[in-house]
Ligand binder design. Structure first.
Ligand code: SAM
Length: 255
C-alpha cells in the first residue's frame, strides 16, 4: 500500500469515527477483550462442575485430563520461545524479591513446562528441578512427571514453586504430595490466579477455579499444614492477574 493510500484510509477512519460509525483501534481492542472475557464467563458458568467452592472442568477421566494438559505446549511453544528472555528476567526479579526463598536451597517447580522458572532459580544459586507432564523433548531442567505423584523423599524439599495449581486434577492428591515432600519450615511459593469473584474466569486449559486467590491459598495451607506468611500482587511484573503467596510448612522433623 502506498503512503498516500495509507493517509487516505486513516483520514476516512477518523471521519467515520467522528460520525460514530467506526470505533478507534483502542476501542476495538477493549471491545474484543470484553467479548473474550464474556465468552470465558459463559463457558465457565455453563460447562464446568460447580459442586463446591472450587469449581472443576468436567473431565470424563484422568487420561482425558492428561491428554488435554499435555497438548498445551504445542499451542504455546512459539510464543514461549519468542518471549523466553523477558519471562526469564521476570522470574529472576520475582524470585530475588521473595525474601523467604533466599534461605531455602533446593526448589521443586511443579508444572514447569520448558523450565524458565527452573533456570531462573539456578541463576540465583538454588538447586532446582522442574516436573511437567510435557516438558518438550530433551529438556535438561524439567523431568517428565505428574505433580500428583512426586518421586522425592518425605521432608526433603526446602521450597516448592508453582504458578499452575489451576491445572490440578485432584486437589487432595497434589496437596498430599506437597505436604509430604516439604520439610518443616519449608515453603510453598504459589502464584495463584485471581478468582471469579475478582473478575477473572478460567481459560481453555485450567482444570480448577475458585472464588478468590486468598480463598484458594487458605485451602492449600490447610491441606498441607502450613501457615500463610505473605501475600502480594504481581502487577509490578506485568502479571496483575496473579497473587503470590508464601506458605510455611508447620511440624517437626520426623526421625
Ligand atoms: C500454565 S502452564 C505453566 C508453565 C510454567 N510454569 C510457566 O510459567 O511457563 C501449566 C503447565 O502445567 C503442566 N501440567 C498440567 N498438569 C500437570 C500435572 N498433573 N503434572 C505435571 N505438570 C502438569 C502443563 O503441561 C503445562 O506445562
Amino acid at each position: 500500500m502506498t503512503v498516500l493510500m495509507k493517509i487516505a484510509r486513516g483520514a476516512v477512519r477518523r471521519v467515520k469515527r467522528v460520525m460514530g460509525r467506526v470505533p478507534s483501534e483502542q476501542e476495538s481492542l477493549e471491545l474484543r477483550r470484553r467479548e473474550k472475557a464474556e465468552r470465558k464467563r459463559l463457558a465457565f458458568e455453563t460447562t464446568w462442575q460447580h459442586d463446591g467452592p472450587v469449581s472443576r472442568r468436567p473431565y470424563t477421566s484422568y487420561d482425558e485430563y492428561v491428554a488435554h494438559q499435555s497438548s498445551k505446549l504445542e499451542i504455546a511453544q512459539d510464543n514461549l520461545v519468542q518471549h523466553e528472555q523477558e519471562r526469564f528476567t521476570s522470574f529472576v526479579d520475582r524470585f530475588r524479591q521473595c525474601e523467604e526463598l533466599a534461605s531455602r536451597h533446593n526448589v521443586v517447580c511443579l508444572g514447569a513446562r520448558l523450565g524458565t522458572e527452573v533456570r531462573a532459580l539456578i541463576e540465583l544459586g538454588h538447586f532446582a528441578v522442574g516436573i511437567d507432564l510435557n516438558p518438550g523433548p530433551g529438556n535438561a531442567f524439567v523431568m517428565v512427571g505428574d505433580f500428583h505423584d512426586l518421586v522425592f523423599a518425605d521432608q526433603s524439599v526446602d521450597a516448592i514453586y508453582c504458578n499452575c495449581l489451576d491445572h490440578t486434577f485432584d486437589l487432595d492428591k497434589i496437596c498430599g504430595e506437597m505436604g509430604r515432600v516439604l520439610r518443616p519450615g519449608g515453603i510453598a511459593l504459589l502464584d495463584i490466579y485471581k478468582g471469579y469473584e475478582e473478575g477473572h474466569y478460567a481459560g481453555a486449559f485450567e482444570a480448577m477455579h475458585w472464588p478468590t486467590s486468598r480463598f484458594f491459598a487458605e485451602i492449600i495451607a490447610g491441606k498441607i499444614d502450613a501457615a500463610i506468611s505473605s501475600q502480594r500482587n504481581l502487577a509490578d511484573f506485568g502479571q496483575d492477574i496473579f497473587d503470590q503467596f508464601v506458605l510455611v510448612k508447620r511440624g517437626a522433623i520426623s526421625s
